[in-house]
Design a protein around this ligand. Sequence first.
Ligand code: DGL
Length: 277
Amino acid sequence: MKGSTDGQIAVINTTDGNRVQMRIGFFDSGLGGLTVLAEALRRLPAKDYLYMADTLHVSYGTRTKDEVRQFVLEAVETMVGQGIDALVVACNTATSIAINELREIYSMPIVGMEPAVKPAVEMNRATGKRVLVCATPLTLSMPKYYALVSRVDGDGIVDSLPMPELVEFCERLEFDGERIEDYFRRKLEPFDLDRYGIIVLGCTHFIYYRDVLRRLLPESIRIVDGNAGTVRRLAALLTYYGIPEQDGSGDVRFMCTGGDPAYIRKMRIALDRAVTL
Ligand code: DGL
């Protein structure tokens, strides 16, 4: 990864002879999508990236659908103004609300995210155990989520658990410790964990807590997320559009609504953590 700008985005599409360098945009309400970017940096290290956080409006998960829709459309328009050529909506909440509209507006490749319920149900089928999907309240209340669950959960083994406070912890860079463990214990207390085979992390902010959860959960429970699948999908789309994986310089730029330099520093700290997960 090479150096980044401090929120100020310089020219992004530069021509080098006849070649136009492309930049992939990653969008999230805050720091969560950096876990997806970290996966992209592992899988596609030579590409150039622009990461945008909607700092002014995080958290999305406890807001209304209309608010989030508006925020997402505005933020993505700003990113497009900076010259992105592909977009990863690295946010389950934003995807569930705005992905169709984004695809109608823009012709560039767009990858969205949804809780990895389908792979979890498939992986779990043989065990006869249940699946617990953790996400934001808004994601879990959207028709897209209902449709997904009713499509893949014929046996009725999927339960859902909203965890909005985890987004707040994450935005404060509080990734571990007594308070986090207490929070998880409180949230998981009503569930008989022996009945569960898989926990799905259906919010990109939650990925930072995989290790804490691993410590707290019975060993038999697998923890599943959609990050690797999302980046595989991105790579496949780049191939489909004839964009070489090696074309770029591994440059990552950060941007946030409000342009607060302190938040840009926070993003760097969170990305450093995300690459170690
Ligand atoms: N990271 C986001 C997601 O994957 C949303 C977190 C929030 O802003 O509530 O759903």
